[in-house]
Write a protein that binds this ligand. Structure first.
Ligand SMILES: [Zn+2]
Length: 376
């Protein structure tokens, strides 16, 4: 279980990259002091009964959708409709609870968080534990740092930072990026996870050596995933195995696109920055300011949206308070934006549509070789 390492600046001391940030500033101290006041007044950092109701709601949709999928007998399109519905509900369940559990923020018991995280991610085929390793040890501490944050270090195929070298095919990235977005979850499940499990790559990249048990459970949940999406539907319906695979890939593609759009709004826009270290390992700002500069919010004042997307709209707050259940993020955002304004630090909150437009403009700008530095 990795959640113990997921608080603020301590990341830099126990990760492979060991980048360091400037000393905490008054913004960081004031924010921490505000949070300590909230805690001393009895606020629980974990999920509550309203979150439990939401979880039950998503599970009911998954159960109903899956039942309908299995009842589709020989109707390809009916099976596809219900399979997609099941997959999207599962994605939202992971967004809400798999993510919070990876941060140890659903239950007080960290063992329960670990089990919940592993079970929920099986719906998407991604290993929850491997995802947690890279999320806590690299994405959170080194957000948007090329070479350290695996979420922006997507290889040469996409240019997602002005600091990244431009290659000739990036000219067309606004056209082919959507295709890659559709493939994100299957690629994560069937390529990235296996790459991480080979040759002690988790140790080389994230400073964690996988045990035999880690690998066993990773494979176990992948087999369970195939059983759920392929074997059971194949046995229960008269649809051919080839068509079942097509249904599976389309369902996963829809969830992939939803997942990437939500993540892209947070980190890949004209308003997000991509800082680099100064000299060997020193970052140019404090860790808190780094989070303000590398994360973008959308509709961050909406409790309603936050409730259904697991706080993905209030992502700055999530990065500044990674161990908090998502139900607190909108309230934290109000304090963060107020303090950021007071200290003259940037904080960005867009509408969903503006965030989407900004992401598209961002892809277009980075497709040009002449676009090399500061996005803003
Ligand atoms: Zn997170």
């Amino acid at each position: 279980m990795l959640h113990k390492n997921s608080t603020s600046q301590e990341h830099s001391s126990d990760t492979f990259h060991r980048l360091k940030f400037q000393s905490p500033d008054s913004f960081h101290r004031e924010l921490q002091s505000w949070w300590h006041t909230q805690r001393s007044e009895g606020l629980s950092p974990y999920a509550d009964w309203k979150d439990a109701l939401k979880g039950i709601f998503f599970l009911l949709i998954i159960g109903f959708g899956y039942f309908q999928f299995l009842q589709a007998t020989d109707s390809f399109f009916r099976a596809l409709l219900w399979s997609s519905c099941t997959s999207l509900a599962a994605l939202l369940l992971v967004f809400n609870f798999g993510h919070d559990a990876s941060h140890g923020a659903v239950f007080k018991s960290q063992k329960k968080n670990y089990i919940l995280n592993r079970i929920l991610f099986f719906f998407l085929g991604i290993d929850g534990f491997l995802w947690t390793i890279r999320h806590l040890r690299a994405h959170h501490p080194y957000t948007n740092v090329i070479g350290a944050d695996p979420d922006v270090s997507v290889g040469k195929i996409l240019r997602v930072s002005p600091n990244q070298k431009h290659l000739f095919f990036h000219n067309w990235q606004p056209y082919y990026a959507p295709i890659l977005y559709l493939l994100a979850l299957p690629a994560g499940a069937w390529m990235k996870d296996f790459r991480l499990m080979r040759n002690n790559n988790t140790e080389k990249l994230f400073g964690y050596r996988m045990t035999k048990a880690d690998k066993f459970w990773a494979i176990f949940f992948k087999i369970l995933h195939l059983g759920f999406w392929i074997l059971v539907p194949y046995i229960s319906t008269n649809i051919s195995l080839g068509k079942i695979f097509v249904i599976y890939f389309i369902s996963m593609a829809l969830s992939s696109a939803t997942f990437i759009v939500l993540a892209a709004l947070n980190h890949f826009s004209e308003y997000a920055e991509f800082p680099e270290h100064v000299g060997t390992n020193l970052m140019p700002t404090t860790w808190s300011e780094h989070q303000l500069r590398t994360n973008t919010d959308w509709c961050a004042n909406s409790h309603f949206i936050s409730y259904w997307v697991g706080g993905a709209n209030a992502h700055v707050a999530h990065h500044l308070f990674p161990n908090l259940a998502s139900r607190h993020l909108v309230n934290c955002t109000k304090e963060i934006s107020k303090l950021a304004e007071k200290r003259g630090l940037p904080y960005t909150n867009l509408s969903f549509i503006d965030g989407l437009r900004s992401h598209i403009r961002f892809l277009v700008k980075l497709s040009s070789a002449s676009y090399v530095k500061e996005i803003k």
